[in-house]
Ligand binder design. Structure first.
Ligand code: PMP
Length: 440
């Protein structure tokens, strides 16, 4: 195959070089050029590329069996991965269902919630409120729950159209209200939305605890999370956290939910859970939700590849890496270092309007005016241009131009959790060079 010929069709026509190999935080193309993977792919490669211990465990499983259908056999990798996942998550989340990706995890969470309502005599509850902006996946159901019109419009009319509520931003109303008041104010929008939808028809509230691609690592005020939990409890609405991007240690805790000491009813995981070694995801829920479903005939749901032993062996090896090498603590520590360095860069480049995030789920935003957070003109295409300049320099970052709720050019800087301080300096040097070239 030549560089220009391809039978594949993806989102973009931009030709990219052929990938040769990966090693830790680095990727190499076939010409030998080295790239720092400062976005872990799409926040996937949490433990870095080509980890030899993970590969060895996968090879050992390959020598035994790569596939066994879950309704025909139990497998040790899937049982062991489920046990390890439960051990790493907060109390109250003790049942696991495997899937192969993030959209599958989101849809599985919603279907579990719905079946739980049916099994407990609450069949009227069917509406799932999600936020605007948000991203929950590209399958029809997950896209219907995604709060981002440009992604949904091409496929309209979609299904029923689920209610949406505004996600909090860090800077709207920042002068008028205190941080705590802003958190409460945004959380109370959920109460209004539940009342408007009809409380006995609302099944669940779905949210990314820290918006990834949708908002560029926006973290809500602490008061938002605790109030959201209270509102869901008051109305008997299930709280589903989409931790596809924020989970598996990325923010310095296994689940981002742990930062606020709240336990969602269902959590969706993927990306860093398989960490690029296998297409893998999971939903984790409490027995309180799952047992009535099993008692009433079982969960009427399941993907063919779900829980396959090879993917689960990879996932288990990934969690062992997180634990044995203290990578979640490293994400917290290195996240502080990286954030401080991004803030120092912001002091030198007025075009950077904000630096934000938790652990190694970090982002910066380019603006026309830092005071008003006025975005750059859309036709400047800043999000794409800076990414291309960085790519040429051998630095991979992940960007989005969002609109609606917040509008702007966001750049996620989310390197693998194995990153060291000297490697952060390499990222910063390249980012500085890229910004200087962009500003030329
Ligand atoms: N939820 C969130 C928060 C995501 O970031 C993504 C992927 N970017 C998904 C769901 C969908 O995951 P997948 O692409 O693996 O289906």
């Amino acid at each position: 195959m030549t560089d220009t010929q391809s039978y594949l069709f993806y989102q973009t026509r931009t030709p990219r070089p052929f990938l040769d190999r990966g090693e830790g935080i680095y990727l190499y193309d076939e010409s030998g050029k080295r790239y720092i993977d400062a976005s872990s792919g799409a926040m996937v490669s949490n433990i870095g590329h080509s980890n030899p211990r993970v590969l060895a465990k996968m090879k050992a499983q390959m020598d035994k069996a790569t596939f066994g259908y879950r309704l025909h056999f139990r497998t040790h990798p899937s049982e062991d991965l489920a046990a390890k996942t439960v051990a790493m998550t907060p109390d109250g989340l003790d049942r696991v269902f495997f899937v192969s990706g993030g959209s599958e995890a989101v849809e599985s969470a919603v279907k579990l919630a719905r079946q739980c309502a049916l099994a407990t005599g609450q069949g009227r509850r069917h509406k799932v409120i999600s936020r605007y902006p948000s991203y929950h996946g590209c399958t029809f159901g997950a896209l219907d729950l995604t709060g981002y019109d440009p992604l949904r419009e091409p496929f309209a009319p979609m299904m029923e159209g689920m209610p949406k509520v505004a996600a909090p931003t860090t800077y709207l109303d920042r002068d008028a209200l205190s941080e705590e008041e802003r958190g409460i104010r945004y959380a109370e929008l959920l109460r209004d939305k539940i009342e408007e939808a009809g409380p006995d028809t609302v099944l669940a509230f779905l949210m990314e605890p820290i918006g990834g691609a949708s908002t560029g690592a926006l973290v809500a005020p602490d008061s938002y999370y605790t109030r959201i939990r209270e509102i869901c409890d008051a109305y008997g609405v299930l709280l589903i956290f989409d931790e596809v991007m924020s989970g598996a240690g990325r923010t310095g805790k296994f689940l981002a939910a742990e930062h606020w000491g709240i336990t969602p009813d269902i959590v969706a995981l993927s990306k860093g859970f398989g960490a690029g070694y296998a297409p893998l995801g999971a939903i984790i829920a409490g027995a309180r939700l799952v047992e009535p479903v099993l008692d009433s005939g079982g969960f009427q749901h399941g993907f063919t590849y779900a829980g396959n032993p090879l993917a689960c062996a990879a996932g288990l090896a990934v969690l062992e890496e997180l634990e044995n090498h203290n990578l979640i603590e490293n994400a917290a520590r290195m996240g502080e270092v990286l954030k401080a360095k991004l803030q120092a860069l912001m002091a030198r480049y007025p075009i950077i309007g904000d630096v934000r995030g938790k652990g190694l789920l970090l982002a910066f935003e380019l603006v026309a005016d830092r005071e008003t957070m006025q975005p750059l003109p859309k036709d400047w295409n800043a999000h794409a241009r800076l990414v291309e300049i960085a790519y040429d320099l051998g630095l991979i970052i992940y960007s989005r131009r969002t609109r609606g709720g917040i509008e702007g050019d966001h750049f996620l800087i989310c390197p693998p959790l194995v990153i060291t301080e000297p490697q952060i300096d390499e990222i910063m040097h390249l980012l500085d060079t890229a910004l200087a070239r962009y500003a030329e």
